[in-house]
Design a protein around this ligand. Structure first.
Ligand code: DLL
Length: 436
């Protein structure tokens, strides 16, 4: 397999050198953090009043975690470490779980972020010959502008269409022979259900790759998309607080995502106790941004659950790999006392060949108990008028889910395109349970 690098020296750096670079960058970030009232107070309590007070990476652990609420309480500028006139860009988190927060970038920060994205793009095997259609929304959301500049830096031809308007997306893919799309997995699934309506087959398109991220999805969804479009789909992880996409990206081997450790320090902690967990163990991802000076964030608790791989990757990059995000500390559902992550449900249903490209999870109350209803779209060829085969399919989905989550769900089968469509991040869970 051909392996290309953007910055080979950094991407294949030996661990000891990489850690030395991290420490140097951490000290610089601490210098900026000390300019904010928020971190000045926190760092001085931890005995840090100058960058040199942190002499090793282990000493990072003296610094308390930063959480989303800290950003909210210090809104709008309590974490700003430079003069406002140094700031060239503002982004904002999507507010998935509440009030939005703001992120500031200087020209240099923007340059570092763009470079990480160019690196990520090259890592997937793309090159300047590619035609890149960016279906992520432009604006305060980091998915649109972030990849836009990364792709331009690589020299790809960028189609900055943004999210939504499926007919136009398909038309553009045909007109310009798009080879790469950047899109949420749920929207790419949806586009497939609409192709026939526009008289297009997936094989008429010139797509070769997709960058998928911004929302949780299962390995089976990736496999489904790869098969439906005949493409290679790469997982991309990031969050606004860490600039956006660019934190971790898969290489051509697709064995989970290289987390760019020259730009981010990653720790995996036990979300209940805050203890650091050994590599390989699943826990909450905690990140420190090493290449943003306008707004330093140290030991930021992402609420995302994942683990780190340490075994070498055949591509030769030395940066450790982050597993697929397995859920969030705040998206776990407790259904009749059983803990269930929506991702577990998706993993099971997307492995069933008759299941189409969309699903919804509804929760309601049935007396004192919770009722789980899983609505799945199935391919139209299944609607033959033979009720027995539909019943058998329902039974199959129910049994497989019960075996995985130990709860007996109620299954509804729906026609393709009939469940709600999300052009940005999908919201697959509707919780209408009566709160006692
Ligand atoms: O979603 C940044 C992004 C844009 C990443 C485009 C990748 C591609 P936020 O809106 O702040 O930023 O949402 C961040 O989305 O904490 C995860 O819970 C979730 N998320 C992002 N990428 C993935 C992924 C962008 N590949 C939040 N798998 C994160 C699972 C993801 N969840």
């Amino acid at each position: 397999m051909e392996v290309n690098f953007w910055n080979p020296e950094v991407e294949t750096m030996e661990r000891s050198q990489l850690e030395a670079l991290q420490l140097k960058r951490l000290q610089a970030v601490i210098g900026y953090a000390l300019k904010t009232p928020f971190y000045q107070k926190r760092l001085s309590r931890a005995g840090i009043s100058r960058p040199e007070d942190v002499r090793s990476l282990q000493e990072l652990q003296k610094i308390p975690f930063t959480v989303k609420d800290d950003l909210r309480q210090n809104f709008p500028a309590g974490l700003l470490a430079v003069d406002m006139e140094e700031v060239v860009r503002i982004h904002s988190s999507s507010g998935t779980t509440g009030v939005p927060t703001v992120i500031y970038l200087t020209a240099e920060d923007l340059n570092s972020w763009t470079d990480l994205l160019a690196r990520s793009i090259i890592t997937t095997g793309c090159c300047r010959k590619d035609i890149f259609q960016n279906m992520m929304s432009y604006g305060l959301f980091t998915g649109g502008l972030g990849l836009h500049y990364g792709a331009e830096r690589v020299g790809m031809t960028v189609i900055p269409v943004g999210g939504g308007n499926t007919q136009r997306q398909v038309q553009l893919m045909r007109d310009f022979k798009t080879t790469v799309v950047h899109v949420t997995p749920s929207y790419l699934l949806h586009i497939h259900t609409r192709l026939a309506e526009f008289g297009v087959k997936a094989s008429d398109l010139h797509l070769r790759r997709a960058f998928l991220g911004a929302e949780p999805y299962s390995e089976n969804t990736r496999l489904k998309l790869q098969e439906l479009y005949g493409i290679d789909a790469y997982n991309s992880y990031g969050l606004s607080e860490m600039n956006g996409p660019s934190v971790a990206f898969e290489c051509v081997y697709k064995k989970d995502m290289h987390l760019w450790e020259d730009a981010y320090i990653v720790e995996i902690i036990d979300p209940a106790t805050g203890q650091i967990l050994p590599d390989g163990q699943k826990g909450e991802v905690v990140l420190t941004n090493l290449v943003r000076h306008a707004m330093p964030l140290m030991r930021y608790r992402t609420r995302d659950l994942a683990f780190l791989h340490t075994e070498p990757c055949p591509c030769g990059r030395t940066h450790r790999r982050l597993s697929r995000i397995q859920g969030r500390t705040d998206d776990m559902l407790i259904i009749n006392g059983v803990n269930v992550f929506p991702s577990q449900i998706e993993e099971v249903i997307m492995a069933i060949p008759e299941v189409g490209t969309n699903y919804m999870i509804h929760l309601t109350s049935a007396g004192a108990l919770d009722k789980l209803i899983v609505k799945v779209e199935i391919y139209s060829k299944m609607f033959t008028g033979d009720l027995n085969s539909l019943d058998a399919l329902k039974g199959k989905i129910r049994d497989r889910l019960r075996a995985s989550i130990t709860i007996n769900p109620h299954i509804e089968l729906h026609e393709p395109g009939s469940l709600p469509v999300f052009e940005g991040k999908a919201k697959h869970v509707v919780d209408n349970r009566e709160k006692l």
